[in-house]
Design a protein around this ligand. Sequence first.
Ligand SMILES: [Ca+2]
Ligand SMILES: [Ca+2]
Length: 398
Amino acid sequence: MKKPFALVIILLMIIVISGCTTPESNGDVPDESANDDTGGSDNIPSDSNTIPDEVPNLRTGEETSSGGLIVNAYPGADEFDMPDFMKTEMISDIDIMSCESSTYFSDDEIDEVISWYSTDTISYKNVYENVGSPPDKPEYTVGELVIRYGDIGAYMRVQSSAGSPVATGQTLIIIAICDWDQLKMYEQAGTPEPGSATPTGEEVDWTDAITFDDPADDYWMGGGSPPQVIDFAPSDVRKFYIKNDDQYLYLRFDTDSEIPTLPLNFADNVVRYITMSVAIDTDNNKATGGTMNYPGADVATDFFFASPEGFDDEFYTYIHYFTYDPTGNEGTSDAENGVFINGGLNYNYVEAKYLLSDLDITAGSTIDIFPWIESESEAYHHFARDEISTEWTTFTLS
Ligand SMILES: [Ca+2]
Ligand SMILES: [Ca+2]
């Protein structure tokens, strides 16, 4: 159903708020936003991840060596033909005429639409996601999502017609599938934190830890994975340890081989990220939380080794954690620091600790954990990925 008068109003509003597509600095770790993992939702069912049968795949990018890129139409949205000059006016940072684009209207809220797309495009690399207002137009809200698949990407822009009594409630959705060159600026927004975490060297007694053994070469394959398993041993978990004292939660991953300097050319790919994460359901309630898009996860820890594109092949190590923020990129807050203890680059293990209070965990409580390691290349979001278990694992703190 089209609403011609509302369209005119909305198009006028679009022109008013055009020019705010430049990515804002989203904090000091854009590399993290480029890599926040979403693979878990492939394993832990999420209702919001269901693609309705009646929604066709309307946008299909050109086939590339790494396959195609598909962005679905938003459920219930009405497609409409926005004139090219309007698109060009709105999206000034992208040569929209060189992209394959389409536009829709929905009655749903902006953050709801962005959140749906974030989940629906889960197998692609989420490069940039933001819902906010242009600095000079606080009354307007604009949501942007940029995903990448090999040498193509999709830019999704969702904005309101706030201020118009006629078009109140209408949300405009623009989808543009472009060569990655058009969108790569979104990957380079902001600047990484200066320096890297350095290990304290503290000696940790792991003999009283709960340990999980994991077989070699048992890679997970799913959305964003290459067509065949790539045996990238730094992503292969062999052992995971967890323990606590009154103050800290201690975590350790052992890998099948040393963590290499990145970027690394491996199996005709450029590997840029290795991350070791634990999604934690601190209140044992799957109805609360959703950190890193894991339903139930109230926090997630992240050991992060990477050389993001655009940073002169600099190698970064961070020991981070995220709390749940439903408005944040993939349900994560800005990154906070844990303590790097031992291992990391050139070692086949990493040890770190986090203040229990930072993670909102209390000694003696029972939590659910979901640990995994994955690496990402320029072509594959899940270049190599290994989970300890496909289910949550329960851990009772001492
Ligand atoms: Ca393994
Ligand atoms: Ca929870």
